[in-house]
Design a protein around this ligand. Structure first.
Ligand code: ATP
Length: 308
């Protein structure tokens, strides 16, 4: 293991869950005889966007599912917002689940419901007492907050572009004003302009809403553009956590290949070039006044072809 996680292991002794809304210790996940995680530990800092990277099949999604209680680990302790996952009473469990939002790969929208109705699903589930009108108003607000025109609330998922579906999934993830946002490959399948716009939206929402974001991605541009730190999964563990410069200083072969390979260097060059950085988008990422269905962020200069 590199120096970075070792330092973090020492930090753990003094960790308060207030500073670290997500704390994972000694996690083990196994499917049959396939060990996915072994003694995996990770802490997510309050208010950060933590990028989670690793080769395909290293267990990024399984880690996320373990944190949100959808995957029962074979061993280990997961504490989210001060509550031990798996140990909470049913009431605490419901309270906890209302404090995070999740954008699954592909959006996971109900195809027979409109976007607005999709956003209303968690509102109905967790706040059954609110009126139909208020629920509908909240849903339309979340749709706008996610950078879609309000009219998109009345569309079905199959009437939307891939980028708009991601935003619709984001609107649903934001339905309950969460403290934690989990994003599983949010820019996968988006064109470079749509991906850059989604990155900017994520950063802007994190800052305006005070979110802590756990973001699984293969997209190097996303890592450079918006992540405060990056956690690297390899060899069944989180082998390092740090800023990209900190990770680049490590000599782990996968980290070097990932960040210093041709795509990594291209993403770094793009970040350092003011002409192509996300701050220079022609349109704001969150355009709550827009009434058009045009993909938000059109006019960005994100370079193409950098998704790993
Ligand atoms: N329910 C399950 N039953 C059996 N094996 C599973 C299950 N869920 C995940 N796995 C296996 O666990 C491993 C890790 O899967 P996971 O989806 O977390 O990988 P990942 O790092 O997110 O990959 P990718 O980057 O390709 O999305 C894979 O080998 C996968 O086949």
């Amino acid at each position: 293991m590199s120096d970075l996680p070792q330092e973090r292991a020492e930090d753990r002794a003094t960790t308060t869950t207030g500073d670290h809304p997500i704390v994972v210790k000694g996690l083990r996940n196994v499917f049959g005889d396939h060990v996915i995680h072994e003694d995996l530990s990770l802490e997510v800092r309050k208010g950060e966007i933590l990028g989670v990277v690793g080769g395909s099949g290293t267990g990024k999604s399984v880690l996320m599912r373990s944190i949100i209680g959808l995957q029962q680990p074979a061993a280990g302790e997961i504490t989210v917002l001060g509550h031990r996952i798996g140990d909470a009473s049913e009431e605490d469990d419901v309270d906890l689940r209302s404090r995070w939002g999740v954008l699954f790969q592909g959006g996971a929208l109900f195809s027979t419901l409109t976007v607005g109705e999709n956003v209303e699903v968690p509102l109905r589930q967790f706040f059954p007492e609110i009126t139909d009108d208020l629920r509908s108003d909240i849903a339309r607000f979340k749709v706008r907050l996610s950078g879609l025109a309000e009219e998109a609330a009345f569309k079905y998922p199959n009437e939307l572009s891939g980028g708009m579906r991601k935003r619709a999934g984001l609107a649903r993830a934001l339905a309950l004003d969460p403290e934690l946002l989990f994003l599983d490959e949010p820019t996968a399948g988006l064109d470079p302009i749509g991906a850059a716009a989604f990155d900017s939206l994520t950063r802007e929402l994190k800052e305006t809403l005070g979110l802590t974001v756990f973001l699984i991605t293969h997209d190097l541009d996303t890592l450079y553009a918006i992540c405060d730190r990056v956690a690297v999964l390899a060899d069944r563990q989180v082998i390092a956590v740090g800023t990209i410069p900190e990770l680049l200083a490590l000599d782990h072969p996968w980290i070097q290949e990932y960040f210093n390979g041709p795509r990594g260097r291209a993403a770094l060059a793009a970040k350092d070039d003011p002409a192509v950085s996300p701050e220079h988008e022609a349109r704001p990422a969150v355009d709550t006044s827009s009434t058009s269905y045009e993909e938000p962020g059109a006019g960005t200069n994100r370079p193409g072809g950098t998704g790993a």
